[in-house]
Every structure is written in structure tokens, then in C-alpha cells.
Ligand binder design. Structure first.
Ligand code: DON
Length: 307
């Protein structure tokens, strides 16, 4: 396995690319991040963790939460019901695009990783109230990470809630077409809290490990999600996890991964380990520029591509 000093060397190399990126500021609270931060943790199935950078930094999940919410609704409702409201195809469009919604019939989002699809997924989280639905999601995240302390950033949730006009318009479009039927403000409350769930890259790596192990927690031996649910999630990570950069990512890196505009990346090397990265300098597609460089260095050096 890799040594800490080797990983630190990779972090140093990847950090040089921070200058070509930019932190997300369309959610005002995310604009405070330092573009030069970069941390990584690799969690192996035997329980060892190798980490480099400031691993006490917490990152909000943002779009990484989409893969976890998808797993939960697949458990809640099953494949058939979920895929009646959201498709399985990559879009080639930016994550917040509304364009394809009007082009496809029926007007359902093409996949659960773009914002429109993620909003349809969050709508499907079961529970009697927004609070109960959020608590169910949070419990699921805590279980996946093996960390009962995980919570969410009220500041980031509020900041997104107050500014998410584009996501609100996606919701209204979905409501008009019968994909969702709840109150848009309630759905936005739940979605912005979901995106603001925060954790360290070590927690993130452990969640990646559960996906890598087909939904089984290797430390408790609990099957946290059925194998098929883990398989569907990993497939979406490959086809849509990095949005309209997923094809290039598959060729250059070849590891199922999901990014978020906070600069987080969750990656799962099947059967081997989970990787959590936090590097807030983003490229123009909303993916961590330093994080992707770091994964590329790892994948090339250790032949981690699944293809
Ligand atoms: O809905 C949004 O715009 C954010 N809460 C999440 C977007 C995101 O992370 C896209 N990822 N690269």
C-alpha cells in the first residue's frame, strides 16, 4: 500500500494546479474556501487509513450527496419506482442545465446526478416531514461513514437556500410535469440541508469504501445497502459522476467517483478502497481541479483504472 510520504508528494504536485481553478461562489458561503487547500484520505478494507493534507478540514457534500440520496431512495422504493421519475442517461450538459428537460418526452430529468434529477430523488426520500426525511438521510450518512457525529452546516444550507433561484425553477418545471408534487420551498429546504452535510475527507473515504465493497461495511460486516443499489450508484458515478467531464475522467482516471462544488470528491476503487478528497479550486465544469489531478496521479502510478 501507499505510504504517507508518497501521498504527501502527490498532494504537493497536484496543488500546483490550484491556480488554474476557482472556488464556487454562486453559493456565497462556499466562496470563503481557500483554493490552495487540498487533503486526501484512502481507506482500505483492512481498516488502515493513509491521509495527507489538512484532514481535519470539513467539506460540505454538495453534489456528492446526490449519490447517497439515490442509494436511500432505491432502498426506500426500489428501482422500478425511482426510474419512473428519473432517467439513466448522461446529458453532456452542465449540472444545473434546464435545457434537456424540455427536449425529452416524458419531461423527466435524464439522470439523478444533474440537479433536476437530484431534486426528483430528494423529493422521493420518505418521511412525514422535512425534518424526519432529513434525519433519515443523516442517519444513513452516519452509518455509511461509521461516524455518529456527522451533521450539516447551517450556514452553507441557509446561504444556498437564500440564493438557489435556478434550482427553484427546476423544481417548478418538475412540478408542472408531475415529477414532483410537494411544496417547492419544503423540497428546497430538504435539498439545501442535504447538500450542506459536512465531513472530513476521512469520513468521505470510508463512505467510498462501502460503495467499493458493494454496500457492505467491512468493519461491522453489515450490508448497509443491497449489492444492486451499490452497483447502480457506482455505474452512475462512472457515467455521470463528473457531469460533462465524465468521459474524459473515465479515460484518464477510470475510477467511479462523484464530485461536489465544495471541491469534494468521493471515489470507490471496487473491492479495494475508498478515497475522499477535498480541494476547493474548481474547473469550469464544477469539479475539483487539484482533486482530479491527485486522482490521476494515483490512478496512473498504481494502475487503478477499472477499464
Ligand atoms: O445544487 C447545487 O447547485 C449545489 N448544492 C450542488 C451542485 C454541485 O455540487 C455540482 N457539482 N459539481
Amino acid at each position: 500500500m501507499y505510504s504517507k510520504s508518497e501521498l504527501e508528494q502527490f498532494v504537493k504536485q497536484a496543488k500546483q494546479y490550484a491556480r488554474y481553478g476557482k472556488v464556487a461562489d454562486y453559493i456565497p458561503a462556499l466562496g470563503k474556501a481557500n483554493p490552495n487547500d487540498l487533503s486526501i484520505a484512502i481507506y482500505t478494507r483492512d481498516g488502515s487509513v493513509i491521509a495527507a493534507g489538512d484532514t481535519t478540514d470539513k467539506v460540505t457534500l454538495q453534489s456528492i450527496s446526490k449519490i447517497i440520496a439515490l442509494a436511500l431512495v432505491l432502498i426506500d422504493h426500489g428501482e422500478k419506482e425511482v426510474f419512473q421519475k428519473v432517467g439513466m442517461e448522461p446529458t453532456g450538459d452542465p449540472f444545473h442545465s434546464i435545457a434537456k428537460l424540455e427536449e425529452v418526452q416524458p419531461a423527466k430529468p435524464l439522470n439523478p446526478m444533474i440537479n433536476a434529477g437530484a431534486l426528483a430523488v430528494t423529493h422521493m426520500i420518505s418521511g412525514a416531514s422535512v425534518n424526519e426525511r432529513f434525519q433519515r438521510l443523516l442517519q444513513f450518512v452516519r452509518k455509511l461513514a461509521g461516524n455518529p457525529e456527522i451533521s450539516y452546516s447551517k450556514e452553507v444550507a441557509k446561504s444556498e437556500f437564500e440564493t438557489a433561484f435556478l434550482n427553484r425553477s427546476l423544481c417548478y418545471f418538475l412540478k408542472q410535469h408531475g415529477i414532483i408534487n410537494e411544496d417547492v420551498e419544503e423540497l428546497m429546504d430538504l435539498y439545501t440541508k442535504q447538500c450542506a452535510i459536512e465531513m472530513t475527507c476521512i469520513d468521505l473515504a470510508r463512505i467510498g469504501l462501502v460503495f467499493a465493497m458493494d454496500g457492505r461495511d467491512p468493519f461491522t460486516d453489515e450490508q448497509i445497502m443491497p449489492l444492486d443499489v451499490a452497483r447502480i450508484c457506482k455505474t452512475f458515478m462512472v457515467t455521470c459522476g463528473m457531469y460533462n467531464a465524465s468521459g474524459e475522467f473515465a479515460i484518464k482516471i477510470g475510477i467511479p467517483a462523484k464530485s461536489g462544488v465544495s471541491g469534494g470528491i468521493l471515489a470507490a476503487v471496487p473491492g479495494r478502497f475508498g478515497i475522499g478528497i477535498f480541494g476547493p479550486a474548481l474547473d469550469d465544469k464544477g469539479n475539483s481541479i487539484t482533486g482530479m489531478k491527485l486522482l490521476e496521479l494515483l490512478s496512473k502510478t498504481y494502475s487503478l483504472s477499472i477499464f
